[in-house]
Design a protein around this ligand. Structure first.
Ligand SMILES: [Ca+2]
Ligand SMILES: [Ca+2]
Length: 234
């Protein structure tokens, strides 16, 4: 009797291992499905940010007749500011676009103020600034930050912006600073090859704006990138 009671009192080692195995399996299933939910949520958030910016960009284009240029120098020419020179060669496109949308000229600012006020979405990954003269030319409010901001995706990487005129002219030259510290090249050649629709040969209208997506790899709108234009591959 006594032996039997002892045997019934606890699990055998094998029983214990089976139970632990089942628990680990359940935890694994939960982690995978929650991971999926988070990825979907982040993708939706990036797509929503792009949709907001598209509407901001249309507002700008309605008044200025062009979409924001892809470089500070061109923005300076557009707003007739004397000195809007590139401080460095990183994040040029998205910085010029955000700065253009911040301008109060011609009915601006066109940048959604909820986006601009959200410190989790605005960053200055390359720590650059522009000149105070330019703030006056753009009619930024007194005391406005002179930081050259980028808009960040849910994974902490800057969105990439290129003006299609620059793509056509083959003059795109940008480098994007990822949150890992890695700097990736955006080349004119790749923009021309990969932003063009494989069947119609058409570029997106006016500009291309995209996030490198969850994998943190720039695929020029392919792969898991999230784009302002309908993706070419499903
Ligand atoms: Ca910057
Ligand atoms: Ca990607």
């Amino acid at each position: 009797m006594a032996t039997r009671r002892t045997r019934r009192a606890g699990f055998t080692l094998i029983e214990l291992m089976i139970v632990i195995g089942i628990i680990l399996l359940l935890v694994g299933v939960l982690v995978v499905s929650f991971g999926g939910v988070f990825a979907k949520r982040d993708n939706a958030r990036a797509a929503a940010t792009i949709a907001t910016l598209q509407s901001n960009l249309s507002g700008f284009e309605n008044r200025w007749g062009v979409y924001p240029p892809g470089t500070l120098q061109q923005l300076g020419e557009l707003v007739r500011a004397v000195n809007l020179l590139e401080v460095n060669d990183t994040n040029r496109g998205i910085e010029a676009m955000i700065l253009a949308l911040r301008a109060r000229r011609e009915g601006g600012p066109y940048l959604d103020q909820n986006l601009f006020g959200d410190s989790s979405r605005m960053g200055n990954m390359d720590n650059d600034t522009f000149m105070a003269d330019a703030a006056a030319a753009l009619d930024l409010p007194d005391g406005a930050s002179l930081d050259l901001f980028e808009l960040l995706d849910p994974w902490g990487n800057p969105f990439i912006y290129v003006n299609i005129n620059d793509v056509r002219a083959g003059t795109v030259a940008d480098r994007v600073t990822l949150h890992t510290g890695e700097v990736i090249e955006i080349t004119a050649q790749e923009c021309q090859a990969r932003l063009r629709h494989p069947v119609t040969g058409e570029y997106p209208v006016g500009y291309a704006l995209w996030s490198v997506g969850e994998n943190g790899i720039n695929e020029y709108g392919g792969g898991d990138d999230i784009t302002s234009w309908p993706k070419y591959e499903k």
